[in-house]
Design a binder for this molecule. Structure first.
Ligand SMILES: NC(=O)c1ccc[n+]([C@@H]2O[C@H](COP(=O)([O-])OP(=O)(O)OC[C@H]3O[C@@H](n4cnc5c(N)ncnc54)[C@H](O)[C@@H]3O)[C@@H](O)[C@H]2O)c1
Length: 296
C-alpha cells in the first residue's frame, strides 16, 4: 500500500538526475508513471528500474518544449493508465553566460524548455484533470537561482517565471480541485556537479539527487490535499518553505510622493534598509560600482 495507489503521474525529464528520483519514489508509492525524457536510453533505464522493483511505468520521449509533445505526453498517460492525477514539471536545461554576452538562442532555448514546457504540459494536464473531474496535483520546479544568480539570466528568469506561474495557477485551478506547488530541489547531477568559484571550476560535495522524490510523492498525494500555492526547498536533509513574495516596509505620504519628498525621506528610511540579494545573499553593497549608503 502506498499513498499514490491508483494514481497516474507524469514526470518530465524523468530519465536522469532529480527527475529519475521523482519517478522511482512516485512508483514506489503505487503510482503508475510516465517517464518522459528526450533521451530515450535514459527514460528506458528508469522504466526498467521501476518494473524490476515491481512498479508500473512507461517511457515517453516527446519534447516537452513543443505543444505536440506536451499534448502527446498527457495523452499517453490517459491511454496507458486511464487518466492523469499528477504532473511533475522537472525537465530542464542550462546555457549559462553573463548577461551582456548572452545570445538570443541561449535565452530562447532555456525559456523554451523551462517556461513554455511547464506552461504547455500543465495546461494539457489541467484540462484533462478538469475533464476527468478528479482534481489533481501539479508540481513545478524552480531553483534558488531565481533569487538572482551570476551568469544565469535565462535560467534565473525562467525559474522566476515558473514561481509566478505556480502562484497564479494555484489561484485559478483551485475550483477544479487541482493543487499547484513547486519545489526548489538540490542534488548532484550533470547540471550541478561543479560550480565556478573565484573563476575556478570546482567539484561540489555529492548530494543524492533522488532524495527530492519523497516530498514530491507527498505533494502528489491526497495526504497533501490542503497544500497549494507553496514553494518548498527539498533535497538532502532539508525541507524548507520559501517565503511568499510580498511587499515589506513602506513609506506613506498622503497625496503621493513628489521627487523632492523622495530625496528627503528615501535615504533616511527605505534607503537604510536595502537588503542583500541574489542566491549567495552577498552583503549589500558588494560591487565597486555601487557606493555604500549615504550617511544620514
Ligand atoms: N541539480 C540541482 O541541484 C538543481 C537545483 C535547482 C533546480 N534544479 C532543477 O531540477 C530539474 C532537474 O534538473 P537535473 O539537475 O536533474 O538536470 P539533468 O540535466 O540531470 O536532467 C534533466 C533532464 O531533462 C531532460 N530534458 C531536457 N529538455 C527536455 C525536453 N525538451 N523534453 C523532455 N526532456 C527534456 C534531459 O534529457 C535530462 O534527462 C531542472 O528543472 C533543474 O532546473 C536542479
Amino acid at each position: 500500500m502506498g499513498i499514490l495507489d491508483g494514481k497516474a503521474a507524469v514526470v518530465t525529464g524523468g530519465g536522469r538526475g532529480i527527475g529519475r528520483g521523482h519517478c522511482i519514489h512516485l512508483a514506489a508509492q503505487g503510482a503508475s508513471v510516465i517517464v518522459n525524457d528526450i533521451d530515450p536510453d535514459e527514460a528506458g533505464k528508469v522504466v526498467q528500474e521501476i518494473s524490476d522493483a515491481g512498479g508500473k511505468a512507461q517511457a515517453n520521449n516527446d519534447d516537452i518544449g513543443s505543444r505536440e509533445g506536451a499534448a502527446a505526453l498527457v495523452q499517453q498517460c490517459a491511454d496507458a493508465f486511464g487518466g492523469i492525477h499528477a504532473l511533475v514539471n522537472n525537465a530542464g536545461n542550462v546555457k549559462d553566460r553573463t548577461f551582456l554576452k548572452m545570445t538570443d538562442d541561449e535565452f530562447d532555448s532555456v525559456l523554451r524548455v523551462h517556461v513554455k514546457g511547464t506552461f504547455m504540459c500543465s495546461q494539457e494536464a489541467a484540462l484533462r484533470m478538469k475533464e476527468q473531474g478528479t482534481g489533481g496535483s501539479i508540481v513545478n520546479t524552480v531553483s534558488a537561482a531565481h533569487f538572482g544568480n551570476f551568469g544565469q539570466t535565462n535560467y534565473a528568469g525562467s525559474k522566476g517565471a515558473i514561481a509566478s506561474m505556480t502562484y497564479t495557477w494555484a489561484l485559478e485551478l483551485a475550483r477544479a480541485g487541482i493543487r499547484v506547488n513547486a519545489i526548489s530541489p538540490a542534488g548532484t547531477t550533470r547540471m550541478s556537479a561543479t560550480a565556478k568559484i573565484g573563476g575556478k571550476v570546482v567539484d561540489l560535495p555529492f548530494i543524492d539527487p533522488t532524495l527530492n522524490g519523497p516530498f514530491v510523492a507527498f505533494l502528489c498525494s491526497d495526504e497533501a490535499s490542503y497544500v497549494t500555492g507553496q514553494i518548498f526547498g527539498t533535497g538532502a536533509e532539508r525541507i524548507t518553505m520559501l517565503e511568499q513574495p510580498k511587499y515589506g516596509t513602506q513609506m506613506l505620504k498622503p497625496g503621493g510622493w513628489q521627487v523632492e519628498d523622495i530625496l528627503e525621506h528615501f535615504p533616511k528610511n527605505l534607503g537604510k534598509q536595502l537588503e542583500n540579494f541574489g542566491l549567495m545573499k552577498t552583503p549589500y553593497p558588494f560591487y565597486d560600482g555601487v557606493p555604500p549608503k549615504p550617511k544620514a
